[in-house]
Design a binder for this molecule. Structure first.
Ligand code: SF4
Length: 325
């Protein structure tokens, strides 16, 4: 595995002005609150957590669809948060996104070949006949036929539409693909087909993925390294084996306890978290997880945990490991 970073996220924050109460004084929403991580070239970094934890907002900042409030995002060594629009446009083809909902992310009025060709036209790449050849090649790469190119998105199943979305993302030879809940709308058997396709394409084209999902079993299947987010914070990050075989943060343990084991002889106890995810406009003091943590201590209610190194490849933010700072 290559350990050369393609993406370096440093102290990234996104704070939205809360527009909910018409008459009440609005509180800012800390959607992403000071997170740092790297994605190495050719690897899949999985970002996992409950809905509303800030993982999709993080993906959108990496795509330059949202401006961060603070922090930096280095892509290939260049800070994209400081780039002007012209420089961003020239870099944009290097990072592409595959969206959660294959039904909504494809223009229903365009034929599939036009959908796949569109990014090539936007970036002014290739002649018309070269683009046509490329579209045929891409349809083939994602397991569809040339004839499929003449049809409209509504004529396809969910899995086929996600294949079209992937072909479209691949058209401009990106370095990074951000897949945001890319398989969560699909049946389990179709999910594994798409995940296997993504793995095969990664090998073939040397792709780097940021794979965002709420389902830890999906993230486990595809990721080389995993970051666990809770209430806008990254609470644990490490290589896949450390996170799955030896999780340290109580929240990661709870998420893992909900993943079914496909072995009838092995049982594990489900950790049921009490209460709801607190509002990011009113996060608890101290550790953000302390209102739901099964092993909360007094210190957790007032002091924010700092990073503790479990190993070179495994870091956690939790007071249980304070001696390992
Ligand atoms: Fe639980 Fe305390 Fe660790 Fe937070 S810091 S996860 S409340 S033990």
């Amino acid at each position: 595995m290559n350990h050369e970073p393609l993406v370096e996220v440093k102290h990234l924050k996104k704070i939205f002005a809360d527009s909910s109460g018409l008459f009440k004084k609005s509180k800012p929403v800390r959607a992403v609150d000071d997170i740092s991580f790297i994605i190495n070239r050719g690897e899949t970094f999985g970002l996992v957590g409950e809905s509303g934890c800030g993982k999709s907002t993080t993906g959108r900042m990496l795509m330059k669809l949202l401006e961060p409030t603070e922090g930096s995002i280095l892509f290939n060594g260049q800070d994209i948060t400081k780039m002007n629009d012209k420089n961003v446009r020239s870099l944009r083809k290097d990072f592409q996104m595959v969206f959660q909902d294959p039904y909504a992310s494809l223009n229903p009025r365009m034929r599939v070949k036009e959908i796949i060709e569109e990014p090539l036209i936007v970036h002014g790449l290739m002649t018309s006949s070269e683009r046509e050849r490329k579209v045929h090649q891409l349809l083939d790469t994602v397991g569809l036929s040339r004839q499929h190119g003449s049809r409209f998105p509504h004529e396809f199943s969910g899995g086929q539409r996600q294949r079209i979305g992937i072909a479209r993302a691949l058209a401009v030879n990106p370095k990074l693909i951000i897949a945001d809940e890319a398989v969560s709308a699909l049946d389990v058997s179709i999910q594994s087909q798409i995940l296997n396709l993504m793995k095969d394409l990664q090998k073939e084209f040397g792709l780097t993925y940021l794979f965002i999902a709420h389902d830890l079993s999906v993230v486990d299947f595809i990721s080389d390294r995993i970051g666990v987010m809770y209430l806008g914070k990254l609470v644990e990050v490490g290589d896949r084996d450390s996170i799955i075989q030896n999780p340290k943060h109580p929240y990661t343990k709870a998420l893992l306890s909900a993943v079914p084991i496909p072995d009838p002889h092995r049982r594990k106890e489900r950790i049921v978290l009490k209460g709801d995810l607190p509002s990011p406009s009113n996060p608890p003091a101290g550790c953000p997880f302390h209102t739901r943590c099964p092993v909360v201590m007094e210190q957790c209610k007032t002091e924010m945990p700092v990073l503790s190194n479990m190993s070179e490849q495994h870091q956690v933010f939790c007071h249980l490991y304070d001696s390992k700072k």
